[in-house]
Design a protein. Structure first.
Lengths: 109, 674
């Protein structure tokens, strides 16, 4: 297990080190990408939507392990997509009943 | 009384069909209709040059105006003659905003352009399309003088209601040399001088507007030669070929919103075809009721439409066999199958239906005005608003969570698929047992609902003029009946064998080609209608015609004028007297009616408000058709060109075949009385 490196401006959610892919676990450490669960994925998605985050890019010479390669590549692509659509993702949901919400919030004491 | 028409078009704009203005026609119209004042009101444009040309050519007062296409409807703005250039500037600003058919002006823009609108005569379309109504009308009410209507019927109706604007009836005519008949829609004002202020003051008093010069609102002009009719019930009499039907046809051609029941229209000719048409029409009339009755079932059906119980069973089988196989081959795990996501299940997603319904219900309680006092007696509205806000926040949170889970689920699926491609280990199939159990229960409930729906029963009864329309439900008895209900050419015999088993029948319908899935709810139970006569039996052929006539007359409420040509040719006197006369009289309280008749039961007993007699006369070697008209109590009735004939003689000749025949008949009846 690798300790998270402090001091960077943004939180790094995915990193590549020594031919393998890693993700930031719930204790602030990095775990191998093949141990990631759906709950971990949910947490990483939350962080991507709420915070400024960064990821190691996946170059050809990076991850050699083919299983790691498959998982890392998919997650990286997905989280980056989420990061780009952050606002749209949130807005779509908060538009539900928004006018009623604003009206009642202003009217109620 | 001054006769005015303040809605005249003289320019072809994007909102009109193409026409070429003809000054001579306008002069003829002003002269023949005896107009005292007109206004030129083109769509979103004012042409000062053309206006001055018209003013110089006509002997009547001409006001400058414009018909503004507003977001909320059309509004006439009429100005006085002073300050023509200022009006021209303002109209120019409207013209700049409206250059295409879809352009319009907002109320705010309208008020900025015209500034102090109390200087103008402002008349919105009121009982006329596109009408200004609701909040928009309330907003402009401070500077509105009257509301424009499009027929005599609406004029009377609006005039009688003190809560409404003073009505004005104008022609809205496009003046061109192609104008076949001159307009008959104008308004009389009881005002001394024809200044804009005097007219505005006059319109503030609703008793000062009328449809005719001397008959107030009893009569209105029907033809451009000045012929008038009653706004109530008119009886049109005359010999054969004297021009009665011609007169009705002319009214139908020159007026909008005419309901015309032609002679023999409702008589059955081919029994079977008539019954079929009648039933089809009835079904069509009642289709809204059928829709409403089945709407609950439609919701249920939509919910279960794509449930596939066999498919669910197959998935469970696959799950069990893949699970066993995977356990058996556990030793063959490789680096791909060791990745945790290889065997990961997706997040289960919950629907927020209950929460959404709850928010909607709370919202309804907050917004309800009708029962507001009772609600406030028990619940504090502020607490309800806080509750609504908290529920909405929870909904946002849940929807946000669901959206993320959906996103992650698709990521998991993608990774699993890629890992499986490379791995030699047996993956365990996914299965959502919870969903499957819920679906099984839904289908059981659905089958019960269908069985109940298919039980014979009466679902509604409605009385219409002595007849009773009964709506019944029950099972379809054959594939042909379903085909009829579907209004399609699709044959249902292959699926009908499953009709007794609602779920199997539904699956067969869903998989059948040529059917629209949103229509499937119609194919489970038959909703039919039957008309019963006064004695509770199904109606006979003759009674069906009677029912249709009464329905047609009743339907006239939605029209501006009702024309009926010789109802006696299809019906017996008792029916005419007891039902038809009564209904016609009722309708004529709100809609002008013209009945052509030779029958004394209709003509003499109905209590007409106005008599019109059509006559074919030889005038200097030429045939001349004349209409004589007057009130039933008048000694003589007169034609437009000043001729008069005896009312009494006309009535006896037309309805009783003359005085002698009438006297003979009376003696005959008296002789057999006892």
């Amino acid at each position: 297990m690798i300790r998270m490196q402090k001091g960077g401006l943004d939180m790094k959610l995915l990193k590549i080190e020594g031919d393998l892919g890693y993700y930031l676990n719930n204790e602030g450490n990095y775990s191998k990408i093949d141990t990631i669960t759906k709950e971990d994925l949910m947490r990483l998605a939350d962080l991507t939507l709420e915070k400024d985050v960064e990821f190691d890019e996946n170059h050809d010479e990076g991850i050699k392990n083919p299983a790691h390669q498959i998982v890392y590549k998919s997650i990286l692509k997905n989280l980056k997509g989420l990061e780009n659509r952050k606002q749209e993702f949130k807005d779509e949901v908060s538009r539900l009943y928004l006018s009623d919400y604003e009206k009642y919030q202003n009217q109620s004491s | 009384m001054k006769k005015i028409d303040f809605h005249i078009h003289t320019l072809s704009t994007v909102r009109d069909s193409k026409f070429d203005f003809d000054l001579e026609t306008l002069k003829r119209y002003a002269r023949e209709a005896n107009l005292d004042a007109i206004a030129i009101t083109n769509h979103d444009i004012f042409d000062v040059g053309q206006f001055e040309q018209i003013t110089n050519a006509l002997d009547v007062v001409v006001f400058p105006g414009i018909e503004v296409s507003m977001e909320c409807g059309h509004i006439l703005v009429i100005s006085d003659h002073c300050n023509l250039s200022d009006f021209n500037d303002k109209a120019g600003q409207v013209a700049k905003k409206v250059t295409r058919r879809e352009d319009c002006v907002t109320i705010a823009e309208f008020e900025v352009i015209f500034g102090d609108l109390s200087k103008y005569l402002v008349i919105p379309h009121y009982e006329k399309k596109p009408a200004v109504s609701g909040d928009a009308l309330k907003h402009i009410s401070s500077y509105v003088s009257a509301g424009e209507v499009d027929c005599a019927k609406k004029f009377i109706r609006t005039l009688k209601d003190n809560q409404k604007l003073t009505p004005v009836l104008f022609s809205d005519v496009r003046i061109s040399d192609k104008l076949a008949t001159l307009p008959t829609r104008q308004t009389f004002l009881d005002c001394g001088e024809l200044s804009l202020n005097a007219i505005k003051a006059c319109l503030r008093d609703r008793t000062k507007v009328a449809l005719t010069q001397s008959d107030g609102n009893e009569l209105f002009q029907i033809f451009d030669d000045g012929q008038k009719l009653s706004t109530g019930l008119n009886v049109l009499l005359g010999d054969r070929s004297s021009g009665k039907t011609f007169t009705l046809d002319k009214i139908a051609q020159t007026h909008e919103g005419v309901k015309y029941i032609k002679q023999f229209d409702l008589v059955q000719q081919d029994n079977d075809a008539y019954e079929r048409d009648f039933n089809n029409e009835l079904q069509k009339d009642k289709s809204q009721f059928t829709e409403e009755y089945l709407s609950g079932f439609k919701t249920v059906l939509n919910d279960v439409m794509y449930i596939d119980l066999e498919g669910n069973d197959r998935m469970v089988e696959k799950y069990v066999s893949s699970l066993l196989k995977s356990a058996f081959e556990a030793h063959r795990k490789d680096e791909f199958s060791k990745v945790v996501l290889f065997g990961e299940l997706e997040f289960a997603l919950k629907e927020n239906k209950v929460l959404i319904n709850l928010i909607e219900s709370v919202r309804q309680v907050i917004e309800n005005g009708e029962f507001g006092k009772i609600i406030e007696k028990h619940i504090d509205r502020n607490s309800l608003k806080n509750l609504a806000c908290e529920l909405i926040e929870l909904l946002w949170h849940r929807e946000y969570d669901a959206k993320k889970k959906n996103h992650i689920n698709s990521l998991i699926r993608e990774i699993k698929q890629n890992l499986r491609l490379r791995s030699s280990a047996v993956p365990v199939e996914e299965v959502d047992l919870y969903r499957m159990i819920v679906e099984r229960r839904k289908i059981r409930r659905f089958e019960k609902i269908v069985k109940n729906l298919q039980k014979d029963g009466i679902i509604a009864e409605e009385s219409i003029q002595g007849f009773t329309v009964v709506a019944k439900k029950g099972p379809f008895t054959g594939a042909g009946e379903i085909k009829k209900a579907s209004l399609s050419k699709v044959a249902f015999s292959d699926v009908f064998v499953l009709y007794e088993r609602p779920y199997d029948y539904l699956r067969a319908l869903v998989n059948k080609e040529g059917l629209t899935h949103s229509e499937l709810y119609k194919f489970f139970a038959k909703i039919s209608y039957q008309i019963l006569n006064k004695d509770g039996f199904e109606v006979s052929g003759g009674e069906r015609s009677e029912f249709r006539l009464l329905q047609e007359i009743k339907d006239a409420q939605n029209y501006n004028i009702l024309l009926i040509d010789e109802p006696e040719s299809s019906f017996d006197n008792m029916f005419l007297k007891s039902d038809v006369n009564q209904l016609i009289k009722e309708i004529s309280q709100s809609t002008p009616v013209v009945v052509v008749t030779h029958n004394s039961t209709v003509g003499a007993s109905i209590g007409a408000d106005y008599i019109v007699y059509a006559s074919k006369e030889h005038d200097g070697g030429k045939i001349k058709y004349r209409l004589y008209s007057g009130y039933p109590s008048d000694k003589s009735i007169c034609s437009i060109d000043g001729k008069a004939i005896s009312n009494h003689k006309t009535m006896l000749d037309s309805l009783e075949a003359g005085h002698d025949t009438y006297a003979e008949r009376r003696l005959g009846y008296e002789a057999i009385k006892d």
